[in-house]
Ligand binder design. Structure first.
Ligand code: ATP
Length: 428
């Protein structure tokens, strides 16, 4: 089957042209190149996808270097993994990997890797729908390779592993199965379902690398239908592999609904997409003890910066919630000071969790108060001979607070306000 027409119709023109260029260069170098993985699946589903993965029978680094040279791009080579990424000046990227096969010596271990044919390369993949390839060399450009029934499973809406040990080799595939099932509204095939449950019973997830667990959860929480995915994780008893106390109950689902409402509002108001997974993860973890969240983050083994960013966020969300629930009512300036210490996704998670009493204040904070600045500045304070200058930023913050609370909204009143305040502070 040749799918050139579909590729041309579905992918953007420059991506299609790049694939033709890859084919031409493959002929020149005497390699074979294939488009593989998610993008092939998506083309067959008539969805566009610009994550271009190319498998090279030969040497991906050598191919990528020549390709980048020829097309005015840059190649970043990962010699150890025999992979490379070609980055064009406008940021468009194409990933190249040398065709390989993988052997797992024991469950969930790091696989042994060997160069291999495209068929073997496809056989090491997770599901039939992700294990198809398209030939790119000129003479056969567009020929679809489907050794494992991927097209049939796309038609039958089925997620199916390629062999019985698939989840044992790599249990993180269970999380991937959930993600794809939910994204495409597919079923997990009956045999795959049994293998899935078997892998859960074997408790192999402890051995999955922490970063992999994090990434798969992040991808799941980035899906539109993540709530359904979490329900599926509950059905298969996968939540416990993140933490034994992690729950998804009606209350949590209602919190996710509130989060989606505030996210919709935020998108509509500001035409901007906040980092969804962080907000959703903060809500997911919001009932866990701090020590549990700490355990989870340790397990994820993220780099120092990411660990700090996430632990700050989850901690702020928890602390904020406790404080807001205790306080009930507060001036807008106090609310603003509090919210502005948090990154947007965390502030949105707090907004979702705190409930309706704060709804107006939350919306006012995002649309108005966070942008408020005093109408006077250091020069005005200098001209008024206010001392010491080290107090200026505090004084100006106080002016900002007063403006937010509607006490002094123009320059004149702010000048009066600051003069009185400085006097009260005993400074001149
Ligand atoms: P998405 O559309 O979400 O980007 P994708 O299918 O492109 O999904 P990636 O995680 O980018 O997924 O992986 C690219 C390809 O690599 C997959 O289509 C699959 O063939 C293969 N793959 C990825 N992870 C695994 C895994 N854990 N085990 C086996 N094959 C995998």
């Amino acid at each position: 089957k040749n799918i050139t027409g579909m590729i041309e119709n579905i992918l953007p023109e420059r991506v299609f042209k790049t694939l033709l260029d890859v084919g031409a260069m493959a002929d020149e170098l005497g390699f074979k190149c294939y488009l593989v993985g998610g993008v092939v699946r998506d083309i067959l589903l008539r969805k566009t996808n610009e994550d271009i993965d190319i498998v090279v029978e030969g040497s991906a680094p050598e191919f990528a270097k020549s390709f980048a040279d020829r097309h005015g791009a840059r190649a970043a080579v990962h010699a150890k993994f025999k992979t490379a990424v070609v980055i064009f000046p406008d940021g468009f990227r194409v990933d190249f990997a040398t065709s390989r096969t993988e052997y797992y010596h024991f469950p969930a271990s790091a696989p042994m890797v060997e160069d291999a044919s495209i068929k073997n390369d496809l056989f090491r993949r997770d599901f039939s729908i992700n294990a198809m390839a398209v030939k790119l060399n000129k003479r056969e450009f567009g020929t679809l390779l489907d050794f494992f029934g991927g097209q049939r499973d796309l038609q039958d809406k089925k997620i199916r592993v390629l062999h019985s040990l698939s989840f044992v080799d790599d249990p993180s595939r269970a999380l991937r199965a959930v993600r794809f099932a939910v994204r495409f509204d597919f079923m997990i095939g009956p045999h795959t379902d049994r293998l899935f449950r078997h892998a859960v019973n074997l408790d192999l997830f402890e051995r999955v690398q922490g970063q992999r667990m994090f990434l798969e959860l992040k991808y799941i929480l980035s899906e539109k239908n993540y709530k359904k995915a979490l329900r599926m994780m509950r059905k298969y008893d996968l939540l416990k592999f993140f933490h034994k106390d992690l729950r998804l109950d009606e209350r949590k689902e209602a919190q996710f609904d509130s989060l989606e409402m505030i996210l919709d509002w935020y998108r509509f108001q500001f035409d901007e997409e906040p980092e969804l997974y962080i907000a959703r993860m903060a809500v997911l973890f919001s009932d866990l003890e701090k020590s549990a969240v700490k355990d989870i983050l340790e397990r994820f083994q993220l780099d120092e910066h990411k660990t700090l960013e996430h632990s700050e966020c989850f901690k702020q969300v928890k602390d904020s919630l406790a404080w807001l629930k205790r306080s009930k009512k507060m001036p807008n300036s106090v609310f603003t000071r509090h919210m502005s210490r948090m990154a947007t996704p965390c502030a949105l998670a707090v907004s979702a969790l705190v409930g309706e009493i704060f709804e107006k204040q939350v919306k006012d904070y995002f649309s108005v108060y966070r942008y408020v600045k005093p109408d006077i500045g250091g020069n005005d304070l200098l001209a008024m001979k206010i001392e010491p200058k080290t107090e200026y930023s505090n004084l100006l913050s106080a002016v900002k607070d007063a403006k937010i609370d509607g006490k002094c909204t123009d320059r004149e009143s702010q000048l009066r306000f600051v003069a009185e305040l400085a006097l009260k502070n005993g400074e001149k």
